[in-house]
Design a protein around this ligand. Sequence first.
Ligand SMILES: N[C@@H](CCC(=O)N[C@@H](CS)C(=O)NCC(=O)O)C(=O)O
Length: 259
Amino acid sequence: MTRGAKRKSPSAAASSRTARRRGTRARVKPIELYYWPTPNGFKISIMLEECGLPYTMIPVNIAKGDQFKPEFLAISPNNRIPAIVDPAGPGGRPISIFESGAILQYLGRKTGKFYPREERARVEVEQWLFWQVGGVGPMAGQVHHFRNYARETLPYAIKRYVDEVNRLYGVMNIRLRDRDFIAGRYSIADMALVGWVNGWQRQGQDIEQFPNLKRWLERMKARPAVQRGMALGRELREGIDMKDPKVQAVLFGQRARAS
Ligand SMILES: N[C@@H](CCC(=O)N[C@@H](CS)C(=O)NCC(=O)O)C(=O)O
């Protein structure tokens, strides 16, 4: 978390420009997005962009260890991005939220967008959202680790996770055979998936094996809000070498936990 590094979102910047032109002040206090440009971070930047909610992005440099700073842990006790603080939470009071799935559901309830109210449609979305959070994210994350970052090459681990991601892509490909989006209509479940599926090459996958998934990815990436969400803070990652022992010590080292 870099002090003084708050940045307005593309949509918030546009709305405050409009407000200045009209001589008014934007009334809504922006949501604070604690963020780093990774597939888990993109989920929330995409949702905020899709909803046109004003937000400020606060970079949490996970390669440097910002995620372990006490002020961030107070918001996100699992020392992971993303997290948000909504100054206008329930009852008009601030609320902080960590875990990408919980944040997506909260924003969906808050705005009434991309997260249907009707129970059957909602369950459809939740199944696929939890499937992403509990399956695709962790499995693809392990592939990234063992294939791209680990200093030791462990063929068993690489094969185990590449195969599992391959299986999960197959599940998505079948699901998308007769629908445009994973839960039928475009939803927070699609937003949760796109950053991960976009990394198919780094996960040792061939998207040509999954034609329905490939078309879904193209459909997703054609959305301007998805493009803005996935471009947010891209430059922050420049020059970071994930194989640098200092970065590895931060991200993969065991931290002593204070009780
Ligand atoms: N289950 C969490 C996973 C979040 C997560 O793994 N975030 C990564 C970046 S993609 C992180 O903050 N890593 C920091 C660390 O490992 O210390 C969620 O869905 O929000």
